[in-house]
Design a protein. Structure first.
Length: 133
């Protein structure tokens, strides 16, 4: 079993790789192996591991990976922390071009969230999307 520190450092390394666009010509089979690894870590009991997993997933979204990633992010909107939900919502506008229906669903979840800030941010995004439609 990998300890939390190693998981977090591995995810930070992946964030760095994807932020610096080193993977633009990465073989799809390698990308999918990394995706499986990160999706697995998004279920971890440790909050920081989940946070960095979400940060990595948000950077990994491509037309090939959007469905499993957005499905996982949507499920995380049901129960995860304020910090994880904020991370997801802060990328909602960029994600609209990839999958408007799924992002709308994520925003709808935010509008009824128990946390005031998440609920307010969700309502702002929902209003902005309604005005742009």
């Amino acid at each position: 079993e990998i300890d939390e520190f190693e998981k977090i450092e591995a995810l930070k390394a992946l964030v760095s790789v994807f932020e610096n666009d080193y993977c633009s010509d990465m073989d799809k089979s390698i990308l999918f192996v990394i995706l499986q690894f990160v999706l697995g870590l998004s279920h971890d009991a440790n909050h920081d591991v989940r946070y960095y997993a979400v940060k990595t997933l948000l950077l990994m979204i491509t037309p090939d990976t959007k469905d499993p990633i957005l499905t996982r992010l949507s499920k995380m909107m049901d129960y995860d922390s304020f910090y994880v939900k904020s991370l997801i919502l802060n990328q909602a506008e960029e994600l609209m071009s990839i999958s408007p229906e799924m992002v709308d669903f994520i925003i709808q979840k935010a509008t009824v969230d128990n946390h005031y800030v998440i609920r307010t941010r969700g309502r702002e995004l929902a209003e902005k999307n309604r005005l742009e439609s």
